[in-house]
Design a protein around this ligand. Structure first.
Ligand code: AMP
Ligand code: MG
Length: 414
């Protein structure tokens, strides 16, 4: 039995980046950029108006006020998307819309609220600072500037920036294809017949979804009966993937065949059993350079083991640097007793009250209680030594999601 930390270290040592691929920017959301992107242009590429108003020469309006109205000849109407035909000379103005290029000669835009149109002239009632309401070429991005660096996770803003600099394709790190096999004579898929001790293979569904949550590609191998032949056949199919996962059949029962099969198909088993609860019987090996995980069958063990070991592996393979869930300190709302020896990942409900994190358990913590995962948003981590914690003490909690920080109301007064 090895400590969790050691298991993570042994696993991540085997995980390498996959190759790169060039994809459409709209497909790159949630992926990691594998190249530095420099702008080949100024953005904006020309001086343009930040307001609807009048492009003028500052000299002509500099002391304008209600008592000293400047009257200018309007020589042109300039919507966004068009270029001016004429320069602005002394005593002239161009009616200009937001985003339209500032004409030659003009150095200031007066907003429409400070003006009044009268025939071919405009009255200006208020002085504006020189250069006001003009967005300068390159004020967002300068030509040659690094706008996205290699290793950046791609969000909508990055996609918009790539589009802005004229990039329709981007190099990203490939994401792993992850083969998933469920083992057990008792298992049927969700619409299978539930007679004679059968149960639904919920792990198939949680594992596929956990892989998807990492933006990787699940390949479902189905359910293997508890025979070496069938497990072997299906696991071999899985070796075409980048990561192979099986669930069930990895403890010490008569029908726990996965570990033997792993050896028989040529996997080099690096460890079996981790000092944790849930999830102790975890087998990890390497086959043809690919990581292969034998997860325990209990639904909570399977999910928690995936979280601790497989999620970071997938994220590392996909080019992410920050591969671990956030861990916070929270004030415990109840006592926790601990039998020393194994690190525990207790399904927990984290809340934020007056700016402080609090945590309580979801109740029954058995490794078959899938509702404990449904109820939880975090895993309270109890170290293997020590006798547990008392209510009011601080504990470390790994956050599975941060939706508890979302709100029905905006965070500012309405
Ligand atoms: P095992 O690890 O094969 O000994 O299975 C441990 C427990 O988990 C047993 O009660 C199994 O029925 C259950 N189990 C195994 N595989 C799955 C699965 N794919 N979905 C839901 N429960 C499972
Ligand atoms: Mg089994």
């Amino acid at each position: 039995m090895i400590p969790v930390e050691k298991a993570i270290e042994l696993i991540l040592k085997e995980i390498e980046l996959l190759g790169l691929e060039k994809i459409d920017i709209l497909s790159s959301l949630g992926r990691v950029a594998a190249e530095n992107i420099y702008s080949n242009r100024d953005i904006p590429s020309f001086d343009n108006s930040a307001m609807d108003g009048y492009a003028v020469r500052f000299m002509d309006i500099q002391s304008a006020s209600n008592d000293n109205v400047s009257v200018l000849n309007v020589i042109e109407d300039l919507p966004a998307g068009y270029t001016p035909n004429r320069a602005v000379n002394k005593g002239e103005a161009v009616r200009i819309m937001t985003g339209a290029p500032v004409p030659q000669g003009a150095d200031t835009v007066v907003m429409v609220e400070d003006t009044e149109k009268e025939g071919d002239t405009v009255k200006i009632f208020r002085e504006t600072k020189q250069g006001r309401n003009i967005r300068r070429a390159g004020e967002d991005v300068k030509a040659g500037e690094l706008v996205i660096s290699r290793g950046t996770p791609v969000r909508p803003a990055e996609i918009g920036m790539m589009a802005s600099v004229g990039r329709s394709f981007v190099s990203v790190y490939q994401v792993p294809r992850v083969a998933i096999l469920s083992t057990g004579d008792e298992l049927v898929d969700v619409d299978g017949r539930l007679n004679g001790g059968k149960i639904i293979s919920s792990n198939s569904y949680t594992l596929i979804s956990q892989v998807k949550e990492c933006i990787a590609v699940p390949i479902y191998l189905g359910i293997a009966r508890d025979t070496k032949e069938e497990i072997k056949k299906k696991l071999k199919e899985g070796t075409h993937a980048d990561i192979i996962i099986s669930s069930g059949g990895v403890s010490v029962g008569d029908y726990d065949l996965v570990k033997d099969v792993l050896k028989e198909i040529g996997a080099d088993i690096r460890f079996w059993k981790v000092a944790m609860r849930p999830g102790q019987p975890l087998a990890f090996g390497v086959i043809a350079g690919k990581p292969i995980f034998g997860l325990p069958g209990n639904p909570v063990s399977s999910m928690v083991s995936f979280e601790q070991f497989i999620r970071p592996s997938i994220l590392k393979m996909s080019g992410f640097k920050h591969i671990f869930r956030p861990v916070i300190d929270a004030v415990l709302k109840e006592d926790i007793y601990q039998k020393p020896g194994r690190k525990r990942f207790l399904r927990s409900i984290v809340s934020l009250e007056d700016g402080k994190y609090y945590v309580r358990l979801t109740g029954e913590q058995g490794s078959g209680i899938l509702m404990s995962m449904v109820r939880s948003n975090g895993l309270t981590i109890i170290p293997e030594d020590g006798a547990g914690f008392k209510a009011g003490e601080k504990v470390r909690v790994q956050l599975l999601d941060r939706d508890f920080e979302l709100s029905k109301e905006p965070g500012y007064p309405l």
